[in-house]
Design a protein around this ligand. Structure first.
Ligand code: ADP
Ligand code: ZN
Length: 596
C-alpha cells in the first residue's frame, strides 16, 4: 500500500469515526428523551389516583383507545398527570371497583379516538435510533463501494447523442480529436500497431467555449458512455471523500469501458500544491488519487480522460506529466466564421423573419463565446414571443445582444434629474474620449436608459477579431474607461460612484499590463503572478511596491489624457450630454454629427 492509499484509508476512518460519534450522540439523546417521557407518564401511581378521585380533586379522565395511558385533569390546578395502564378496559375495571360511585359520577370520562399525529410522532421517536442505524449502515456500505448498483457519485454515465456536427467552428480541434474517437471505436487496431494514444487530454478555454460540448461529441461519435464530474464538487467535501469519489469514478469507468471521463473545472482539485491548510490538503488527497488512477491504467483499458480548465497555468505540474494530461488543446472564443456557424446551429429550431442576417450578428458579437451566442438567440426568441411577433426580427436580435451584454432595460426604474444629468455626462465622456483615440473602436450607441446594473452605457462597434492586443491599445482602453469619471469631474465639478465598475476594470487592465504582459518599462517583461507568493518572493520585497507604482502610473496617465481631451472638447461634451438628456439614446450617425 503506497502513501496515497494509506492517506485515503485514514481519511475514510476519520469520516466514519465522526459519523459514528454523531449517530451515538443522537441515539443517546433519543433514549434520554424517551425515558424522560416515560417518567412523566409514571408520575401518578394507581393508589394516588384513587385517593385523588375519592377526595373529589379529579375533574376529568381522558382515555385514548389503544393507548396505554390515561390523562388525569385536576379541578383546581391546570396540572395534568398521567397514569399508565395496560389497556383502557383494564383501567375502567380497576377504577370502578375501588372508588366511591359518588365521586366518579362527577368525573368526566372521555374516550378519544387516537390522534394519528401523536401516535405517529411517538412511533417515530422510538424508531429514530433504528432509522439512524440503517442510515449509518447504508453510508458505510456506500463508502466501501459495496453498493454496486447504487449511485455512488453524482456524475451518472450517459450516452450522449451529441455529434461533431453539433459543434460549430473548432475545425482543427475536431480534426485533432478524431483520432481519439477512432481509438475508442477500435482500440485493437492501435494496439497492434504499437501506437500510444493519449490517456488524458486537457481542454483549455473560457467558460462557454464548448469544452463540455466537444467532449460529449467525442463520446457521441464513438458511441461510448460519457461520465461527467466537476472539480468544484470536491471543494466543500469531508476529508477523504473526494479521493474515494475519484477512485469510485474510475472503478465504474473500468467496468463500462470503453468510455470517456470528463472532469470539468479540474483546477478546483488540481491546483498547484502550495501550502498544507485544511481545504488544500483535502484537494491534495483528491489530486493524488487522480494521479494514482491515471498512472494505474492498464493498456487494455479503453478509457480517455478529458479535463477542462480556464487556467492551465494554475495546474499542478504533476498532472501534466507524460501519461497523465500530456496533451493540451486550446479552445478559444470563436472567430467571425465560427460565430456565424454557431449561430446557424442554434438558429435551426427557431423562426426568423426572411431579412435576418446571421452574418451581421456574427460581426456584432466579437468576443462572444458559443454559450453567449446561443443565449442571444434564445433571448431573441423570448423577446419576440413577449412582443407577440410572429417571427424573430432583426430588432429582437439587437435587443437580445444588448440584453446579454449590458443587461435588461430597466424602463420602470425612476431616476432623479440629477442622476440623469450625471449619467448623460458620464456616458458622453466615454464616447467623446473614444472618438479621439487612435486605436479605439467606433461608438455604436450611447444611452442613458438604465440596463442591468448600469445607469447608462456606451456601446462600441466591434472590430474584426484580433489575436494580439498592443500596449498602445491597452493604454487607450484605460483612457476610454476613465472618460466617464473625467467628464463628471470636468463638467459637473463632482465625482460619483457611477464610475466604480470602470475603475475596477481599468485597474485590472493596468495590473495585467504590469504583471502578466510585462508592459511596464520599470519592471520589464517578467511574469509576476500576484496570486502566487512564491513568484513574488523571487524578486525581493521591493517588487510589490514597484507593481503598485507602475499600476498607479498607468492609471494616472490615462486619467490625465481623458481629462485633457474633454477640456479641449468641452463644448461637444455639453452638446452630447444635452441631447442625451432629451433623447436618452444617440445612434452612431447622430454621434458623428457632433464632430462635423
Ligand atoms: P464549456 O464547457 O466550455 O464551459 P459548454 O460546452 O458547456 O462550454 O457550452 C455551453 C453551450 O454553449 C453548449 O451547450 C452549446 O449550446 C453552446 N456552444 C458552445 N460552443 C459551441 C460550439 N462551438 N458550437 C455550438 N454550440 C456551442
Ligand atoms: Zn462608465
Amino acid at each position: 500500500m503506497d502513501n496515497n492509499q494509506k492517506k485515503q484509508k485514514r481519511g475514510k476512518f476519520i469520516v466514519l469515526g465522526v459519523f459514528i460519534a454523531i449517530i451515538l450522540f443522537v441515539a443517546l439523546i433519543g433514549v434520554i428523551v424517551y425515558n424522560k417521557n416515560k417518567q412523566e407518564e409514571q408520575q401518578l401511581a394507581y393508589t394516588e389516583l384513587i385517593k385523588d378521585i375519592n377526595a373529589g380533586k379529579v375533574e376529568k379522565l381522558e382515555m385514548t383507545s389503544g393507548s396505554q395511558s390515561v390523562k388525569v385533569k385536576y379541578k383546581n390546578k391546570d396540572e395534568e398527570k398521567k397514569v399508565l395502564v395496560p389497556s383502557v378496559q383494564a383501567f375502567v375495571e380497576l377504577v370502578q371497583g375501588k372508588v366511591d360511585t359518588s365521586s366518579i359520577e362527577n368525573i368526566d370520562l372521555k374516550q378519544k379516538e387516537p390522534s394519528v399525529i401523536t401516535s405517529f410522532s411517538k412511533n417515530f421517536i422510538s424508531l429514530l435510533p433504528t432509522i439512524l442505524m440503517v442510515v449509518l449502515i447504508i453510508m458505510i456500505y456506500q463508502m466501501q463501494g459495496l453498493g454496486e448498483k447504487g449511485k455512488v457519485y453524482d456524475g451518472a454515465e450517459n450516452d450522449t447523442n451529441v455529434k461533431f456536427d453539433d459543434v460549430a467552428g473548432l475545425e482543427e480541434e475536431k480534426h485533432e480529436l478524431i483520432e481519439v474517437v477512432n481509438f475508442l471505436k477500435e482500440p485493437k487496431k492501435f494496439e497492434e500497431m504499437g501506437a500510444k494514444i493519449p490517456r488524458g487530454i486537457l481542454l483549455c478555454g473560457k467558460p462557454g467555449t464548448g469544452k463540455t460540448l466537444i467532449a460529449k461529441a467525442i463520446a457521441g461519435e464513438a458511441g461510448v458512455p460519457f461520465i461527467p464530474m466537476s472539480g468544484s464538487e470536491f471543494i466543500e467535501m469531508f476529508a477523504g471523500l473526494g479521493a474515494s469519489r475519484v477512485r469510485k469514478l474510475f472503478e465504474k469507468a473500468k467496468k463500462i469501458a470503453p468510455c470517456i471521463i470528463f472532469i470539468d473545472e479540474i483546477d478546483a482539485i488540481g491546483s498547484r500544491r502550495t501550502s498544507n491548510s485544511g481545504a488544500e490538503s483535502e484537494n491534495n488527497q483528491t489530486l493524488n488519487q487522480l494521479l494514482v488512477e491515471m498512472d494505474g491504467f492498464e493498456s487494455n483499458e479503453t478509457i480517455i480522460v478529458l479535463a477542462a480548465t480556464n487556467r492551465p497555468e494554475m495546474l499542478d505540474k504533476a498532472l501534466l506529466r507524460p501519461g497523465r494530461f500530456d496533451r493540451q488543446i486550446v479552445i478559444s472564443a470563436p472567430d467571425l466564421k465560427g460565430r456565424e456557424a454557431i449561430l446557424k446551429i442554434h438558429a435551426k429550431d427557431k423562426k426568423f423573419e426572411d431579412d435576418i442576417d446571421l452574418k451581421s450578428i456574427a460581426e456584432d458579437t466579437a468576443g462572444f463565446t458559443g454559450a453567449e451566442l446561443s443565449n442571444v438567440l434564445n433571448e431573441a426568441a423570448i423577446i419576440a414571443t413577449i412582443k407577440k411577433h410572429s417571427k424573430i426580427s432583426n430588432i429582437d436580435l439587437e435587443e437580445a445582444i444588448k440584453k446579454v451584454t449590458v443587461g435588461l432595460e430597466k424602463t420602470s426604474r425612476v431616476i432623479s434629474d440629477k442622476d440623469k444629468r450625471l449619467t448623460a455626462y458620464h456616458e458622453a465622456g466615454h464616447a467623446i474620449v473614444s472618438k479621439f483615440l487612435a486605436t479605439s473602436m467606433d461608438v455604436k450607441e450611447v444611452s442613458i436608459i438604465p440596463r442591468g446594473v448600469a445607469g447608462g452605457y456606451t456601446m462600441y462597434k466591434t472590430n474584426e477579431d484580433k489575436f494580439y492586443v498592443s500596449k498602445t491599445e491597452m493604454k487607450e482602453k484605460l483612457v476610454a474607461l476613465l472618460g466617464g469619471r473625467a467628464a463628471e469631474k470636468i463638467a459637473l465639478d463632482e465625482i460619483s460612484t457611477g464610475a466604480s465598475n470602470d475603475i475596477e476594470v481599468a485597474t485590472q487592465v493596468a495590473r495585467d499590463m504590469v504583471t502578466v504582459y510585462g508592459m511596464s518599462d520599470e519592471i520589464g517583461p517578467i511574469s509576476l503572478r500576484t496570486d502566487d507568493p512564491m513568484e513574488l518572493q523571487l524578486f525581493g520585497k521591493d517588487i510589490e511596491d514597484s507593481i503598485g507604482n507602475e499600476i498607479k502610473k498607468l492609471i494616472d496617465e490615462a486619467y490625465i489624457i481623458a481629462q485633457k481631451i474633454l477640456v479641449e472638447n468641452i463644448q461637444i461634451l455639453h452638446e452630447v450630454a444635452n441631447v442625451l438628456l432629451q433623447k436618452e439614446v444617440i445612434s452612431a450617425e447622430e454621434f458623428e454629427e457632433f464632430f462635423k
